[in-house]
Design a protein around this ligand. Structure first.
Ligand code: HEM
Length: 148
């Protein structure tokens, strides 16, 4: 565990796999030589780290974000597909979204309701006070930050 609660690595936890067929997408992406062109094309961004490394093991893999102040930054995941921290916990509890490139560490957890609430409470406890992190209002209106 690192100070920002991320392993700073890339994993496929199945977020990008929702409704996606990775193989034809990866084949098409392999024909484009400029990674920047892929990174800004919404048809290809769900391939994640693959657009940079071109290695099949990186298909649908995204960088593990830090969890500090996580309660202030909903919605969650690279595509904003999980609305609340409890939704995120339920996502992990299901074992992510099955796909051929799913990270080995992602399996159904069978958590009790109490364990889910405990995980959410833990993540909420990572919210700082006066650390300089922008509040939700400031994120939505960056002008407010300057006047602090
Ligand atoms: C129950 C345990 C876990 C909890 C509570 C948890 C919590 C979270 C949360 C809240 C996010 C959203 C962050 C954001 O959108 O800013 C997230 C994203 C992510 N987590 Fe976890 N995590 C857990 C286990 C894991 C494990 C085991 C891995 C790696 C194998 C992992 C890798 C990732 C990655 C790669 C993302 C980004 C996914 C994307 O943006 O599509 N997490 N996690």
């Amino acid at each position: 565990m690192t100070p920002n609660f991320s392993d700073n690595k890339f994993h496929n936890i199945g977020v990008a796999a929702k409704g996606k067929n990775f193989e034809p997408l990866a084949r098409k992406a392999s024909e484009v030589s400029d990674p920047a062109q892929l990174a800004f094309d919404p048809n290809f961004t769900e391939l994640g780290r693959f657009v940079v490394t071109r290695q099949p093991k990186d298909i649908g893999a995204f960088k593990t974000p830090g969890l500090r102040d996580i309660s202030l930054t909903a919605p969650y995941m690279h595509d904003g597909s999980e609305a609340t921290l409890l939704d995120v916990v339920n996502f992990y509890d299901r074992g992510g979204e099955p796909n051929p490139y799913l990270d080995g560490g992602i399996t159904p957890l069978k958590l009790t309701d109490q364990e889910k609430q405990d995980l959410v409470a833990f993540m909420e406890s990572l919210t700082g006070q006066g650390t300089g992190s922008p509040t939700r209002a400031e994120l939505q209106d960056p002008g407010k930050e300057a006047s602090r």
